[in-house]
Ligand binder design. Structure first.
Ligand code: SF4
Length: 266
């Protein structure tokens, strides 16, 4: 079991669980969030997320070539070779095939990286790649909360995140504008107000640019403070958020012993 909170010598709560992904999980289902941050159920390795990880690794290698020598870029053939190498290594580790076969995932991955190369890689000016931050978010008499995360790419005045999904969700930009946690968390942590998603979907590349400032950061603190108070005062189980796609055998590792264990799970 993980211990996401403890008390320091002064009696303040110290929270070590805060990542943008954990905040997003709490928006969907508080009980799933509790299971995740305490490590009560282990996540099985899935095809789509592994494909995304492999694509990220190749992108990281390609961007590091530019950081090492701004006059150089990794040619598309080398990107394809790197993908084949990492994908071959990853296939035996995958436990759940939901969306692909090994062969169809290889085709999709190469297409996504080709689009990333043509429409993103050649345009950006990398300063830092896969940059991990660990910053204080709340520091008062009651609690110390640190937030961690990893930014795919840092430019002089813009942060980037790569997505390699099975569909184009850039049409949902208005939702990202209103409540996207990742862009707010990363802009706060890095002190850079501009954030872009590059979405390599099956039909090409979509881009969403977001600008984040003090009001967003204040709201992030409010959201996280409420979650901290819940953790400090309630042992669980927490309220069950089953009203969405995430509450299913496919997406929640807790499903079999939660909603799936009742008639309501049908
Ligand atoms: S099965 Fe549904 S309600 Fe239960 S933890 Fe998972 S998402 Fe939440």
């Amino acid at each position: 079991m993980n211990y996401p909170i403890h008390k320091d010598a002064d009696g303040r709560w110290v929270h070590t669980w805060v990542r943008q992904s954990s905040i997003k999980t709490s928006d969907m289902c508080l009980e799933r969030w509790r299971n995740d941050i305490f490590g009560l159920v282990s996540e099985r390795i899935k095809d789509a997320s592994t494909l995304g990880t492999v694509c990220h690794t190749v992108a990281e290698d390609a961007l590091n070539v530019v950081i090492d020598d701004p006059e150089c870029v990794m040619p598309l053939e080398s990107i394809a070779d790197a993908f084949d190498y990492y994908w071959e290594e990853a296939v035996p580790t995958i436990e759940v095939w939901n969306n692909y076969t090994p062969a169809s995932a290889a085709v999709a991955g190469l297409e996504k990286l080709t689009n990333w190369h043509d429409e993103v890689y050649l345009q950006v000016k990398p300063k830092l790649v896969e940059h991990t931050f660990d910053v204080p978010l709340i520091d008062n008499d009651e609690r110390l909360v640190r937030m961690t995360g990893t930014v795919d790419l840092v430019e002089e005045n813009r942060l980037w995140d790569w997505k390699f999904p099975g569909r184009d969700y850039t049409r949902e930009r208005w939702q990202y504008e209103r409540w996207d946690v990742q862009s707010i968390a990363y802009c706060y942590a890095m002190g850079i107000p501009n954030f872009s998603y590059a979405v390599m979907h099956p039909d090409g590349v979509g881009r969403m640019d977001l600008e984040r400032g003090q009001q967003h950061f204040d709201w992030l603190r409010e959201k996280v403070s409420a979650l901290c108070r819940l953790l400090e005062t309630q042992t669980g189980p927490y309220p069950l958020g089953d009203n969405g796609w995430w509450c299913s055998e496919k997406w929640c590792e807790n499903f079999a012993r939660c909603k799936g264990a009742t008639q309501g799970g049908a």
